[in-house]
Design a protein. Structure first.
Length: 109
């Protein structure tokens, strides 16, 4: 009887990890990714990809106000627009935040 109970106990312990419930939603939650040593940028991209795949619109970046002076603000915006135009590696905030409509437009080129 002791041998049967010991064998049954070993079988129950061997099957216990198979009962762990981990699904895709749990694996892509920010707290799970943060505990798995992913960077904050990787977590942000994973969340944006989830929103894009599910068709959930993502809030666009707000316009930055550089100065209270209108002239300096316009000048700073012009300088940033020039750098965005000349530098292909400039982060314009449009990565994964595009509209999810099926119409083709000039932005798709």
């Amino acid at each position: 009887m002791k041998k049967n109970l010991l064998l049954f106990g070993i079988l129950v312990l061997a099957a216990a990890p198979a009962l762990a419930e981990v699904d895709v939603n749990t694996l892509t939650e920010p707290y799970y990714l943060r505990n798995s040593n992913y960077s904050s940028e990787a977590i942000r991209l994973i969340q944006l990809d989830k929103h894009y795949a599910n068709g959930i619109p993502v809030a666009q970046n707000k316009k930055v106000k550089y100065s209270d002076n209108k002239f300096l603000n316009a000048t700073a915006e012009a300088v940033h627009a020039a750098f965005r135009y000349w530098d292909p590696a400039w982060d314009d905030g449009k990565y994964f935040t595009r509209d999810i409509d099926q119409d083709f437009g000039f932005d798709d080129l």
